[in-house]
Design a protein. Structure first.
Length: 164
């Protein structure tokens, strides 16, 4: 019998072709008889074993109580989850409605502001101020200029002194 795997399976290693060796022909018998299976006789179970097996298949009161409690817990958790989920969905839809309402109001506000800006005519205001109310443009000696260190805004703490 061949001792190495290469000899056992007629393997050829390397990158060169070698002379082929004819495999050994193993003759098999045409008919192989089936093996007989020995049957082990079943042991006869005693009445105590039968009673224990029957008792194992029955539902006792403790098992029914545990199953009822488990079903109640599953039902209550499912009910709470579904109620919270529906509450969340209703709040999300209310939020979406409020956002839509806000967008409509912002658009209307911008339209009204644009309309107001377009309706103001400064030349007409100047005419009404001079003719109806007698206002006049100030002369050069009446204008006081102020230079601020901070150009963003001016905060007035008292009256502006007169230049008279």
């Amino acid at each position: 019998m061949a001792s190495t795997r290469q000899e056992r399976y007629n393997l050829i290693y390397g990158n060169t072709a070698r002379q082929m060796v004819e495999p050994e022909v193993v003759s098999r018998p045409a008919y192989e008889p089936k093996r007989k299976v020995e049957r082990v006789p079943k042991k006869k179970s005693s009445s105590q074993i039968k009673r224990n097996q029957k008792k194992a298949y029955e539902f006792d009161f403790n098992f029914i109580c545990v199953m009822a409690v488990a079903c109640a817990i599953v039902f209550s958790v499912s009910f709470l989850y579904l109620s919270q989920r529906s509450n969340l969905i209703s709040k999300q839809s209310a939020l979406a409605n409020k956002k839509n309402e806000l967008n409509v109001l912002v658009t209307e506000n911008e339209d009204m502001k644009l309309e107001l800006d377009q309706s103001v005519n400064l030349t007409k205001i100047e005419e009404v101020a001079t003719k109806q109310y007698g206002m006049q443009k100030p002369g050069k000696n009446k204008v006081i200029t102020y230079k601020s260190k901070n150009g963003d805004y001016v905060r007035q703490y008292g009256d502006i002194p007169s230049t008279n």
